[in-house]
Design a protein around this ligand. Structure first.
Ligand code: PAF
Length: 308
């Protein structure tokens, strides 16, 4: 398959590397020039469990350099989705599918507004990865990939894409209740990401530090109430137990929000806890903890390294 991966951060680079290793013709597209240059010159280096492996994968900064693709994988930060989709129409022909595995809520709607809804695939990933530097990432925890259709039922095309991802060690499966799966992942991110970012700890700390665990639990409980009131069928009976499993599987990982705060980038808080607040307002469910933590993260974003 010809695959363009928009956004070669930790997750985009990981997916691109594994899909390329499996024989797909992959191009990573990222605005970070130094990263692109390092990948082109030395390959993408992926550290897994202390071992370093180099993957040969193409990388460019400008999507205009690419032609038509079979699959476009969107992995940019959520706040870049709108701009990115405007600039990639030339990558599409009748059979091209577009898949978002981004964190948070709202990306699929932006993508579906820009392309033919029937070609839009949505899903989640629970792999954990960290950018170490230009051309280098760490695969800090293996997880799975769940995919579904934005509109309509699972078809052969989607099943084939999932099978290809699995063949490339990305452990994929299809699910008809994909909105439930996305909400399930949203709640995991709502619990893990802001507390690890504020406390400056690896995901594994959630299993050890009682205060951190309790904060995550409060955030998840509110999110679960919003999901229930919005008619979402969550995929798990006990979301917090799943959060503990994800934290254990990605114990050595810095959450994406912690990575964003550490690098002085904007975070995806508006699409994660901010989205829980917004959905809560729509269905009349109060979300004081998610509101509070959203403001705290926004303050951290604004201050950057300017703290006494
Ligand atoms: O955003 C993240 O960091 C990831 O989605 C997860 C699963 C919480 C692992 O770090």
């Amino acid at each position: 398959m010809k695959i363009a991966v928009m956004g070669a951060g930790a997750m985009g680079a990981l997916y691109g590397a594994l899909l390329a290793e499996g024989g797909n013709e992959v191009t990573l597209v990222d605005a970070w020039q130094e990263h692109v240059q390092a990948i082109m010159e030395h390959g993408l280096q992926v550290e897994t469990g202390g071992c370093l492996k180099t993957f040969s994968v193409k990388a460019v900064s400008d999507p205009l350099l690419l032609g038509v693709q079979d699959l476009v994988l969107i992995f940019v930060k959520s706040y870049h989705t709108e701009v990115v989709v405007k600039n990639i129409h030339h990558l599409f022909h009748d059979g091209t599918a577009v898949l978002t595995l981004q964190n948070g809520l709202g990306n699929a709607d932006i993508i579906a507004a820009a392309f033919n809804k029937a070609t839009v695939l949505v899903g989640t990933t629970s792999h954990g990865a960290t950018v170490l530097g230009p051309g280098q990432i760490r695969h800090a925890g293996a997880g799975d990939t769940v995919v579904g259709k934005y509109s309509g039922k699972i078809d052969q095309h989607l099943s084939d894409i999932a099978a290809e991802f699995t063949r490339c060690h990305l452990n994929a499966r299809t699910d008809d209740n994909i909105m439930g799966v996305i909400w399930g992942k949203l709640l995991i991110n709502a619990g893990i990401n802001p507390v690890t970012a504020i406390c400056g700890v690896l995901n594994g700390e959630l299993l050890k530090a009682e205060n951190i665990r309790q904060m995550a639990k409060l955030l998840i409980d509110e999110g679960e109430a919003v999901a229930r009131a919005s008619g979402i069928e969550l995929p798990y009976n006990d979301t917090f137990a799943v959060l503990e499993k994800v934290a254990a599987a990605t114990a050595a990982n810095r959450s994406s929000m912690l990575q964003d705060i550490m690098s002085g980038r904007a975070t995806e808080i508006d699409y994660i806890n901010g989205a829980v607040v917004k959905e809560g307002e729509k269905c009349g469910v109060p979300t004081p903890c998610n509101k509070f933590i959203t403001r705290l993260i926004k303050e951290l974003e604004q201050r950057g390294s300017d703290r006494c």
